[in-house]
Design a protein around this ligand. Sequence first.
Ligand SMILES: C[S@@+](CC[C@H](N)C(=O)[O-])C[C@H]1O[C@@H](n2cnc3c(N)ncnc32)[C@H](O)[C@@H]1O
Length: 220
Amino acid sequence: MRMRRKKHGAERIAACKDILIPAPVNEEGENQTLDPQSTFPTARPIHLEIGCGKGDFAVGMAAKHPEANWIAMERVPDVACLALEKAMAAKDTREDNLRFLIGDARNVAEWFPEGSVDCLYLNFSDPWPKKGYAKRRLTHTGFLELYRKVLKPHGMLKLKTDNEGLFDFSLEQFAECGLTIEWQTRDLHHSEKNGGNVMTEYERSFSERGQVIYSAWVRY
Ligand SMILES: C[S@@+](CC[C@H](N)C(=O)[O-])C[C@H]1O[C@@H](n2cnc3c(N)ncnc32)[C@H](O)[C@@H]1O
């Protein structure tokens, strides 16, 4: 997601510190492992979204599912800033169960303890259509194996995308990692799971233009 640099971005992010997990990096710039539960007042199953964009999904799901603790990761600080501000504005209307982490998915297995995450969400991840960039796709086997480390045994990965090429590629990668596709659809909004669906910004925009949404729930 490209966007013009936010004026006063650092100050605006700092103003959201109550819901921001500081980057788990020491003074030497080395990754550290965080204790995700300790960032919430109450221990609950951890649900992690990677590439949260402007935060509609995380904010909506945290309100809808107070039985879980939600962490939304985004690597672009200016985008995360918008998500943080949205979440701060809605903070008093839900449980204190949503946190943000600014950083790249490549770090996920170093930042999160083994088996600490119950469910992981990838929503409208960048498709990287050129073949040479396949390793950057967040459903490439390289990433799927990182997620395996942080997910609980038999944890769940939930994917949504508008991009048929990325969807087909993801199904192949799931099979390559020996994962079980519990459920899949090539039209989420006309499926039995649509009732519980919380839309992301991209999802709303694509579906308004008549684009179908692909989705898969995958068991490790
Ligand atoms: C296409 S946007 C979708 C945003 C949002 N999930 C939605 O559905 O509206 C993809 C987002 O993932 C973020 N992203 C891409 N690669 C990432 C990575 N390796 N780690 C963390 N975030 C990433 C991008 O910065 C961007 O905000």
